[in-house]
Design a protein around this ligand. Sequence first.
Ligand SMILES: *Cc1c(COP(=O)(O)O)cnc(C)c1O
Length: 407
Amino acid sequence: MQKSPITRSEPDEHGHWGEFGGRYVPETLVAPLDELTNEFMRARQDPNFWGECNQLLRDYCGRPTPLFHARRLTAHAGGAQIYLKREDLLHTGAHKINNAVGQALLARRMGKRRVIAETGAGQHGVATATVCALFGLHCVVYMGAEDVRRQALNVFRMRLLGAEVITVNAGTRTLKDAINEALRDWVTNVDDTYYLLGSALGPHPYPLMVRQFQSVIGREAREEILSVTGKLPRALIACVGGGSNAIGLFHPFIADEQVRLIGVEAGGRGDSLGEHAARFHSGTASGGGQVGVLQGTMSYVLQDTNGQIATTHSISAGLDYSAIGPEHAFLHNSGRAEYIRASDAEALEGFRLCARLEGIIPALETSHAIMPAIRVAHELSRDEVIIINLSGRGDKDVQLVAGLQPQ
Ligand SMILES: *Cc1c(COP(=O)(O)O)cnc(C)c1O
């Protein structure tokens, strides 16, 4: 079946991209989500809001980030010129700060004094604690007990930054249990509390709002590549957890049909359910990615044949989640974007290669995009260009990698 390519990707007023997105929440959250939507729509039209946001992105976060010509990776691939969008150079080490700054400004605008967030690996918790320190907001971060144990350094960072970290002992003691607790807190304290969500996920308006705050990545990349090479890239490649760094890079290129948009999911250590986090992998007899609802939005969700949410595995905590953002589900079904997967082993190979050839140690999440990008570049000619979103730096992962294999 041949579909005509789409040239825009905008949700309707209720946050639906086709059948995806929307709001699947308890009644008590409808009013706060409406309030948030209204304020976001007003802020979006307000030059003062963007004036302050852009100034912080520049002076506090370090934007614009460079677009770096990776000559040795390019030579290794033997094809298109590879450029890296250096989100790893941002304050706190990844793209997450772009969204945290935008939403903290919104929280302040709404008069909320208390910010809550949930975090798995701790990266979003650190970004949230950082902006709350900056704005003098009280910050509460929910984290599963298992993650608190695994991510002790990030817990310490959050506490240094003045955040209160609440350990969640329910369920599997991981991210989805932390999300449940955060939602419970929000329902109870909605008058003074802002819920700061970390990826392009969740009920409307979050996927739209997070995309808006992250699309600075793609706007800059577009300008930079045009000014350096005089033409558009043939492909953009980014890892996809919830999907915020990928949609941030892709969005300003949606209408450019000649630009391939390639998202890389975590292929983990195998195809069986529970061994990966590839939501577009329709799976095996035990289950796989199917359309369903998780965390308030309709998207592709990894589930067993009875519709129970599946556990996931990835070497990178930031990609280790059962659902993907709804706009990616739309871009997948419409054929505008392609989604592939890279295994743990391929991610490690990309991690090492990028370190050795470019002197840049990428986050393990980001590392998933490296080997697929080399394959894409190899198929293209030398006068063409591709961009990898270097979503974050790998300092946080060095210890994990050191423990895997003696060097
Ligand atoms: C959290 C994280 C991701 C995954 O989140 P997305 O919302 O899919 O971007 C990717 N890369 C890094 C460095 C991260 O910290």
